[in-house]
Unconditional design. Structure first.
Length: 120
């Protein structure tokens, strides 16, 4: 039984680590992106605002992916209750919609139209 607790504790620590990584990606990308954008603006490197929007959008998507992975690990392995699974499903739905809206903002089209849009 003690071995079982150790494994669950290790899994919980991994999930927390992934969660922290997701928050760090989002938290560090904002100031880094803004500083980078200011330098690009003064160096006249393209449209600094558009580049900042794309960089932050991609960083948000990456951070959301880490947070979803951590939630899946915690819900499926640590708390596999029906209530937990329903909460996870709702959370994934909300984060998927957020992801799609970020892609729409960055690419100017829905995720399933990106390849068609790039060919044109």
């Amino acid at each position: 039984m003690e071995h079982h607790k150790t494994i669950f504790h290790l899994i919980e620590l991994i999930a927390i680590g992934i969660e922290i990584l997701g928050v760090a990606v989002i938290g560090f990308s904002f100031p880094f992106g803004i500083i980078r954008s200011i330098f690009h603006h003064f160096q006249k490197k393209g449209d600094a605002f558009k580049e900042l929007k794309i960089y932050i959008g991609k960083s948000l998507q990456l951070g959301l992916e880490f947070l979803i992975a951590a939630d899946v690990i915690k819900t499926v392995t640590i708390e596999p209750t029906m209530n937990g699974l329903l909460s996870l499903g709702l959370l994934i739905l909300v984060r998927t919609i957020l992801s799609w809206s970020i892609i729409l903002e960055i690419e100017g089209c829905w995720p399933w139209n990106i390849s068609k849009n790039r060919k044109e």
